[in-house]
Write a protein that binds this ligand. Sequence first.
Ligand code: FAD
Ligand code: NAG
Ligand code: NAG
Ligand code: NAG
Ligand code: NAG
Length: 553
Amino acid sequence: MRLVVGIFSFLLFLWRVSSKTSDNFLQCLRKYSDPVNDISHIVYTSANNSAYSSVLQARIQNLRYNTPKTRKPEFIITPFKKSHVSAAVICTKNSGFNLRIRSGGHDFEGLSYVSDVPFILLDLFNLNAINVNVGAQTVYVEAGATVGELYYKIWEKSKVHGLPAGVCPTVGIGGHISGGGYGNMIRKYGLSVDHVVDAEIMDAQGRILNKKTMDEDLFWAIRGGGGASFGVVLSYTFNLVPVPKVVSVFQVMKFAEDNVTDLVYKWQHVMQDIDDDLFIRLLLQPVTVPKSNGKKVIRVTFISLFLGGADRLVSVMNSQFPELGLKRSDCLEMTWGESVLFWANYDNRTSMKVLLNQTYDADYLKRKSDYVTEPISKDGLELLWKKLVNIAKPGLVFNSYGGQMSKISESVTPFPHRHGNLYKIQYSISWKEPGEEAERKYLGMIRELYDFMTPYVSKSPRRAYLNYRDLDIGVAHDFTYEEGKVYGEKYFVDNFDRLVRVKSKVDADNFFRNEQSIPPLKSGGEKRKVVYAVYFLNAFATWLACAKWFLMP
Ligand SMILES: Cc1cc2nc3c(=O)[nH]c(=O)nc-3n(C[C@H](O)[C@H](O)[C@H](O)COP(=O)(O)OP(=O)(O)OC[C@H]3O[C@@H](n4cnc5c(N)ncnc54)[C@H](O)[C@@H]3O)c2cc1C
Ligand SMILES: *[C@@H]1O[C@H](CO)[C@@H](O)[C@H](O)[C@H]1NC(C)=O
Ligand SMILES: *[C@@H]1O[C@H](CO)[C@@H](O)[C@H](O)[C@H]1NC(C)=O
Ligand SMILES: *[C@@H]1O[C@H](CO)[C@@H](O)[C@H](O)[C@H]1NC(C)=O
Ligand SMILES: *[C@@H]1O[C@H](CO)[C@@H](O)[C@H](O)[C@H]1NC(C)=O
């Protein structure tokens, strides 16, 4: 009996500790609130607010992190103003919670809205202003806006300007740009971050810094090193790039009987040096088609954007890649804005306004990435087709590099995968069935495919793209340099150490951290253990003091 009461009192104590932290957090927010700058209407908590769960769910873009077991945030804060962000950062820090920063919520591993310790979710979707200045050829965009909104606003103002960024309209600026950002103009214009001319970031002290006031190295770090290790990115300003009035697209599908192996083999060789105006992505999928009698066969879809008219496209293809047999009738001419819809799989009757739609139909999913530096042999490709057909579910995307990407040095931004990388592979698997058994099965498939690819892809380190977040390649538990190096070198290669130095300068206490953040140099390990030890000793002593009464005879 005494033991039961003792345990109960201990639990009561732990509960007091945690509710105390929450009280502290709210008190702190009140301190930063005044009638002009009222923050209470943007704080959501599960205890009393039905909007809490709709705000939380709205940008959970991977159903694997939307289960009853998934830890939910203690509070959600949805700032309208930069001053709100400042209060959220300071109060989260003071009360000892972890902070998660969410813009579009497309982190493939949910790191923007899930944590394994009590946390505050800072959801930036209301900070979404976009200001296109055609005269100056620049655009200012806040972190909570989506890529689709950005494209729409540019298209509204000018039909001959664009921005190189991703193809999925609901992806958020905060995550997408801070992680690099690439799309179908990568061979002509490189990455999104290659066009950033200014940025605003909130540091751990709650100060807003811009390019002039922030450390030069910090400005470097948030152009590809991921925002979440360094602060809350509030906005980016870009130089717009010119796009022609008429661009062309095509999409052609090839099967075994089209000599698909020869085509993919050739594609690997020509894309490095072909006309910079041309981008061709390959989708490689096991499919069943009528003629295959229910059996899976390999299908390769060639999807292209060409920054020019269809006649020139056909002539480029006929001289450099005649094997594909591209015909004028395979090509569609349109404006660059319309090509954004084409690439997002909308048909040509869809209004551009669809780019403003923030809703994304989420699945259970897993993604992984690789870089290819040597063309895969025809035998290797044939083995890959067999493997894909056998595993039956995962698909691959090959994205051609070369062009401008080979001309930009790997240290200009933290994104290191430039010269010498022929193409990037994305591994992709999505499913609809809930539950751990399905998850185990599908994760098993994509990992098997990734293992199979080992001999064909980059080595030591086996490179990966930060924006294709993958916790399989390493996870931080104690936030030590050694832990960080495991995934950090795969994402950033030789730029990892500079990111660590920046981190040590701007956030030595490691307030901005997650399972794959950049560690500060002297961090973590011991310090964290000491904090825990003190915490538990304290808790135990207090409990002993209270429990003495119950335990005494
Ligand atoms: C359908 C789909 C298509 C995609 N296509 C492309 C593509 O074509 N090209 C490409 O490059 N990528 C692509 N991606 C990947 C995408 O770029 C990344 O998932 C990106 O990180 C998502 O950004 P987000 O703001 O939506 O995500 P979030 O989940 O909100 O954030 C991702 C990470 O960034 C951090 N973060 C977010 N906002 C901020 C901020 N304001 N300050 C500091 N840290 C922040 C988060 O904490 C998290 O660690 C695609 C993803 C999907 C789902
Ligand atoms: C919800 O609870 C928090 C903390 O207990 C409190 O500050 C806030 O005013 C409450 N909101 C509503 C709408 O009751
Ligand atoms: C496939 O390759 C063979 C041998 O090179 C060739 O004869 C045939 O025409 C090709 N088929 C197609 C559809 O290109
Ligand atoms: C729209 O697409 C269809 C088929 O893809 C094509 O036949 C038609 O010409 C296109 N319309 C316009 C206006 O481009
Ligand atoms: C927005 O997109 C979602 C998901 O694709 C869709 O269900 C919904 O109908 C769209 N809304 C509008 C207004 O187009």
